[in-house]
Design a protein around this ligand. Structure first.
Ligand code: ZN
Length: 198
């Protein structure tokens, strides 16, 4: 890319390092940005920098948020005695899109994957168990139906069983290995409604 000046090449390089952005797209985006009004470029870079600086884990459910408590945990109209356990913040977003779930969440930030060296201590499992010391009626395990998701579900249910809290697993209408965020809302709702006790 010698035919571009240093700063243009740098912009293309940075954009190209993002997932799903190939060399061509990186160039297209770079020239798009160079053609944008200065204020818009400023707003874009400020959004990235500020989000990176301020986004952290919700101290209750561990989803990503820019406040101490996320909007869901803050909401008194939600059922705080029903906790849905998901692998990532994007899974939470998928269930929120259905608009039908009234409980709260717990975000694990991963799944147990022994082959990859990811054990129970590498995800937010301890934090889940701490939450269960409070008054909880049901834990819905909504990890993916991949091998890792199922392993995690079994592990969690064994951990919770002795506490006497009801543990359920979403129905397996969710395609095997399918990430929750790519599944349509109707399928998600069916999976939720068809959940079974473990
Ligand atoms: Zn929260």
């Amino acid at each position: 890319m010698d035919y571009y000046s240093k700063q243009i090449s740098r912009l293309i390089q940075e954009l190209g390092a993002l997932p799903g952005i190939g060399a061509k797209t990186a160039q297209r985006l770079a020239f798009h940005i160079l053609n944008m009004p200065a204020e818009q470029v400023q707003a874009l870079s400020a959004a990235m920098v500020e989000a990176k600086q301020n986004v952290r884990y919700c101290k209750e459910c561990y989803t990503l948020t820019d406040e101490e408590l996320c909007p869901i945990c803050k909401d008194h109209h939600r059922n705080h005695k029903m906790i849905m356990v998901v692998e990532g913040t994007r899974d939470l977003a998928a269930y929120e899109k259905t608009g039908k779930y009234e409980g709260v969440y717990h975000v694990l930030h991963g799944a147990i994957a022994p082959m990859l060296g990811i054990g129970p201590n590498d995800i937010k499992l301890k934090e889940l168990m701490q939450r269960l010391a409070k008054d909880v009626d049901e834990v819905i395990i909504a990890t993916n139906s991949s091998l890792e998701g199922e392993t995690t579900a079994m592990y969690i249910s064994k951990l919770i069983k002795p506490t006497g809290i009801k543990v359920t697993r979403i129905a397996s209408g969710v395609p095997v290995g399918g990430d929750l965020e790519y599944i349509d809302e109707v399928t998600l709702l069916r999976a939720l409604e068809g959940r079974t006790e473990l």
